[in-house]
Design a protein around this ligand. Structure first.
Ligand code: BMA
Length: 319
């Protein structure tokens, strides 16, 4: 059994599971979290219905509220959305508060490819999409403030010809208005992460510290000798969370990176009965005034979990 880093202190059970949800729910995971108006807001993915050996009946996006970031109460309404005629499914939300508005990035499956959607959350009930990164690019995280007058977005394009199968890297781009995106630059490639051999991608929106933007990412290792690891006939990937520090003024530059995984699956509640075992997929990170960092992550595509860390310890890891 791998042990996650000692800088990480996990709670003793998930913070949200299907049993907390007042409507049909099977897998409750990969949430985005922010602090807004004195409350914590969580927007999560719910795959519901029977698993037919390939997929679930559907996916909805739920919302939950909390006073302490630990105990959550789930609204009985799922989120609706507007702004694109061809979307068939949205999932893996990430939340960012910019100048008093809640913005949301989501993966969007459409009839013509996988899009990364950038939207605004209205009244905690409706997502208004503002723009989309062209296909295939479904893994986005928006910085919580403008830098040099521009909105900044972590992204993960998915090249299919030039890099090899599933070999995807972490990029960054910018926009004057959250609609027109440009200035796309590579931040890190798979080969820069020692514990990844498949793909990497953005996780939670970065948090600002004096030393730089503390930035989580997920890193995927594939092992063809692995077989059944969950409900599917075969699941050969391991998803771990890593951490890096990006330059405050030019976040396309890495100032430091931890050379080991920060969070791995190592608890029974992350593994037992999991849909896809060995998946850590962080989507939310909150820096408290005390210096405590709350990291929210989906575990094994099944439950939503929480870990605590100290901001200075995380910075110190990013050498
Ligand atoms: C990725 C996304 C995530 C999921 C992960 C592991 O490609 O689909 O939603 O958590 O795979 O299954």
């Amino acid at each position: 059994m791998e042990l996650s880093d000692k800088a990480i202190r996990k709670t003793d059970r998930p913070v949200l599971t299907k049993y907390d949800v007042p409507y049909e729910a099977s897998l409750v995971f990969n949430a985005g979290v922010c602090k807004y108006g004195g409350k914590y807001i969580m927007v999560f993915r719910n795959d519901y219905g029977e698993f037919n050996g390939k997929k679930f009946a559907g996916t909805s996006i739920g919302i939950a509220f909390s006073d302490d970031g630990i105990s959550w109460s789930v609204s009985d309404k799922t989120l609706s959305y507007s702004g694109h005629p061809e979307i068939v499914r949205i999932y893996d939300p990430r939340l960012s508060v910019i100048e008093g508005e809640i913005y949301i990035c989501l993966a969007c499956d459409t009839k013509h490819g996988l899009l990364g959607g950038v939207g605004r959350l209205h009244d905690f009930t409706e997502i208004e999409f503002l723009s989309f990164l062209p296909p295939d690019n479904r893994n986005l995280a928006l910085f919580p403030e403008k830098i040099n007058g521009k909105y900044i977005l972590l992204e993960r394009p998915m090249p299919v010809y030039s890099r090899g199968k599933d070999r995807f890297d972490m990029w960054i781009c910018e926009s004057p208005d959250l609609i027109h995106w440009g200035g796309h630059r590579l931040i890190a490639g798979v080969e820069d992460i020692s514990y990844a051999n498949n793909k990497i991608g953005p996780a939670a929106p970065p948090v600002k510290t004096e030393k730089g933007w503390l930035t989580l990412f997920h890193a995927v290792e594939i092992d063809p000798s692995r077989g059944k690891n969950g409900w599917e006939d075969k699941w050969q990937k391991t998803y771990r969370a890593g951490i890096m520090l990006l330059d405050l003024n030019n976040p396309s530059i890495i100032r430091g990176i931890y050379d080991k995984p920060l969070i791995v699956c190592d608890r029974d509640y992350e593994l037992e009965n999991g849909f896809r075992k060995d998946v850590i997929f962080p989507g939310g990170m909150i820096l408290e005034d005390s210096g405590e960092v709350k990291i929210y992550y989906g575990a094994s595509d099944t439950v939503e979990c929480l870990a605590f860390a100290d901001v200075n310890e995380l910075i110190a890891l990013c050498k």
